[in-house]
Ligand binder design. Structure first.
Ligand code: ATP
Length: 717
């Protein structure tokens, strides 16, 4: 499989016209039998030194007696297989004005040129019998560096923009593309369109083309067996001829046309030169012509350049220019690419995450060089019809099928191109039954699941390995460090520093153990409370208490109990809260009702507010139990801040209790006792609590006995 394909060159010398003088300065030489020469060549006499002859060897050289048929059969027809294989083929006629370009490409009714022959051959191609195929045509001209659609009325035809798609393919936007049903269909279209082409009379040519014309025939081949659609095309380009304005006798308007023609041809020459030099920047953008022909010049299409030569003294220099251009062009290498699209149904949405297979360019083998002569022409054709191996388009589906394919589809008869054909991305699910599709999907699912499981397993193993390595590394480092240091010390002797380290170690160990215990309990609240600031802890505790209270008021004691317990996690040192929990536990256990204490009045809150700060009572709070837990915590904080201690409220307040309080014990003790004495009856516990309260000299109190509901304990202030 060849990766590169050089542009093929054919030279054609037209016969002398009746008003011309042919001095025989251009000769075609074919290799004669028995000589070592293998290629035909053109021999041109140097116009400045007639003793000097330049030779231009080309694979195909056609003399004045050659026919349209010969050129077509030898050089053009073999390329059509490529078109039906999904490749873009570009054939362009190049030469000075009146050298016979239009004659070669278009010909006449009686002597049709390349274009009508190509169309006929495309319709007769064997691929059409084998596959479902469609043909379509577009036709444009580049006149004074503007693109016009030749398939629409010239009066209304706008200038068309040349654009580039996301894969860098150049195309003419809004160019009409008509379906072709028959040769007759084409002939009608072609003759109508040619009337619109810019043609004018010059001294050298009565019907001189004033524009470059590009006719494109697209062939779409549907191959159900291989689940693909091939999109090939052939661009047939009749260039305007370079002009010597001294010879053409152009008027002002013709001069403007001529300037545009010469400029674009000059850019074409620069492009060819740059390609030959391997220049980093090829000036395709310097003219519409080179932009549009970009794909044929160093791009992905197969190219044939037909150099038309005019005989006669006056064309000598132009002939040399043309042949020099041809020599440079034949070194240009293209990389032909098959434009194909997979017709299998797209994977289901959950496979969208699967990476698509990277598109691979497929290069096609170029046909072998033909051995053209002006006499009997041997035909050598390499069939490039779809080889049935799955291939991916190098330039990505529809977008690759450019540069002349255009999004606007209409026909003279008003027939629209089928949608899938027109957008080149429709889904032609061919020859697949539902069952087959399902099977393919299940296979794909299985493969994907297996792939993911494997990937996960690999990840797991990798993680295990990494952890083990880390562990081993840590152990190794520890072994290296600690024993060696201690080994240097005399046995039984610890430096003060080491001793301090030991102590710290012990402390750390105990803290860790504590943490582990907490962690083992699996209590989220505990973990959360550990990381909260004191203020946040209080707030959270208060919120839980409020919730718990609401539930207990509703009689939902079990939930209330849970919430109080959670609150306790955040304010673990609140005695009243502990009591409340015990009371509710008792109520739940004995299936008894429980009523929380009523909200404290504003007045008492106010009083309490002032008393709290100075309170030395461990309960130090005349408000209801739910409020007290939070207030109590405040007191703890206050104390903590002064003493640096980390003890609970009960101990704090106990420490501050006036010694005059008889028989007083810290409430913590009471609470603990109560917890232990679960079996204590409520009245007894209530009595105990009351005793404490009555003994309090500094505060006014209200506490509710759980069983009796709202029976406030006396305010003893
Ligand atoms: N091979 C040929 N046999 C007979 N006549 C030819 C041949 N080639 C060209 N001619 C005649 O030469 C004249 C000029 O040819 P043509 O119009 O094809 O030139 P051209 O290169 O297209 O010129 P331009 O660039 O000005 O359009 C025409 O009258 C055409 O019929």
């Amino acid at each position: 499989m060849a990766s590169n394909y050089k542009v093929k060159i054919a030279a054609r010398l037209r016969p002398r016209l009746e008003w011309e003088q042919d001095d025989g300065s251009v000769q075609i030489n074919h290799p004669s039998e028995g000589t070592s020469a293998s290629t035909s060549y053109l021999a041109v006499t140097n116009p400045r030194d007639t003793s000097q002859v330049f030779k231009f060897p080309f694979s195909s050289c056609y003399d004045q007696s050659s026919t349209q048929e010969q050129i077509f059969r030898n050089d053009v027809e073999p390329m059509l297989d490529n078109v039906y294989s999904g490749v873009t083929v570009t054939i362009f006629a190049y030469g000075v004005t009146s050298s016979g370009k239009t004659h070669t490409m278009q010909g006449t009714k009686t002597d049709p040129g390349v274009i009508p022959r190509v169309v006929e051959a495309m319709f007769d191609h064997p691929a059409r019998k084998k596959f479902q195929t469609r043909l379509a045509v577009s036709y444009m001209e580049i006149y004074k560096d503007e693109v016009y659609d030749l398939l629409v009325n010239r009066e209304t035809a706008p200038k068309l923009p040349v654009r580039e798609n996301d894969v860098g393919k150049v195309f003419v936007a809004n160019l009409t593309r008509e379906p072709l049903e028959s040769v007759a269909d084409f002939e009608a279209m072609y003759s109508r369109s040619n009337k619109q082409r810019s043609v004018g009379a010059t001294n050298l040519n009565r019907a001189s083309s004033r524009s470059h014309a590009i006719l494109t025939i697209e062939a779409t081949v549907v191959d159900p067996a291989a689940n693909k659609i091939l999109s090939g095309k052939i661009n047939l380009v009749d260039l305007a001829g370079s002009e010597n304005n001294k010879l053409t006798g152009n008027d002002q308007s013709r001069m403007a046309e001529s300037a545009a023609i010469n400029k674009s041809l000059s850019v074409l020459g620069q492009v060819v030169h740059a390609l030959n030099q391997g220049a980093p920047r090829i000036p395709y953008r310097n003219s519409k012509l080179t932009r549009i022909l970009q794909d044929a010049l160093g791009g992905s299409s197969i190219g044939l350049l037909i150099c038309n030569i005019a005989p006669g003294i006056k064309f000598r220099q132009d002939t040399l220019n043309t042949l020099n251009f041809a020599v440079r062009t034949k070194n240009i290498e293209n990389k032909p690419v098959v434009n194909e699209r997979d017709t299998r149904p797209p994977p289901k949405s959950h496979f969208a995450a699967m990476p698509p297979p990277a598109p691979k360019p497929t290069f096609v083998a170029p046909p072998p060089p033909s051995q053209a002569t002006s006499g009997a022409l041997p035909r050598s054709r390499t069939s490039l019809l779809p080889s049935r191996q799955p291939r991916a388009s190098a330039i990505g589906g529809a977008s690759g099928f450019q540069p002349f394919a255009l999004p606007k589809y209409k026909s003279r008869t008003g027939r629209q191109m089928p949608e899938e054909e027109s957008n080149q991305s429709g889904n032609l699910a061919i020859g697949l039954s539902e069952k087959e599709i399902d099977e393919r999907i299940s296979k794909a699912v299985e493969a994907e699941v297996a792939r993911r499981l494997e990937a996960r397993e690999r990840e797991r193993q990798e993680e295990d390995r990494r952890l083990k390595e880390q562990e081993a590394e840590t152990n190794r480092q520890q072994k290296q460090k600690s024993p060696r240091k201690e080994a240097n010390l005399p046995p039984g002797v610890l430096t003060p520093l080491l001793k301090r380290h030991r102590d710290l170690d012990d402390e750390l160990k105990s803290r860790l153990q504590e943490l582990e215990k907490k962690f083992e309990r699996g209590n989220k609240e505990t973990q959360l409370a550990d990381v909260l600031s004191p203020v946040s802890k209080k707030k959270t505790g208060r919120a839980y208490v409020a919730l718990a209270r609401a539930h207990s008021e509703k009689g939902d004691l079990q939930v209330a109990l849970e919430l109080y317990r959670k609150a306790e996690t955040y304010v673990p040192d609140n005695v009243k809260l502990k009591e409340r929990i015990i009371e509710i536990e008792w109520a739940v256990k004995n299936n008894k009702p429980f009523m929380p204490s009523p909200k404290r009045s504003k007045r008492s809150k106010k009083n309490k507010g002032s008393s709290l700060a100075s309170s030395s009572n461990e309960n130090g709070d005349g408000m209801d139990v739910d409020e007290a837990c939070v207030k109590g915590s405040k007191a703890v904080d206050h104390f903590e801040s002064q003493s640096g201690g980390v003890f609970g409220l009960e101990l704090t307040n106990a420490a501050a209790l006036p010694m005059s309080v008889k028989g007083k014990r810290p409430l913590a003790d009471v609470a603990e006792e109560d917890e232990v004495e679960e079996e204590l009856t409520l009245p007894k516990r209530q009595k105990k609590a009351k005793a404490l309260i009555v003994d309090d000299e500094n505060d006014d109190w209200m506490i509710l006995a759980p069983q009796t509901g709202r029976s406030p304990v006396k305010n003893v202030a």
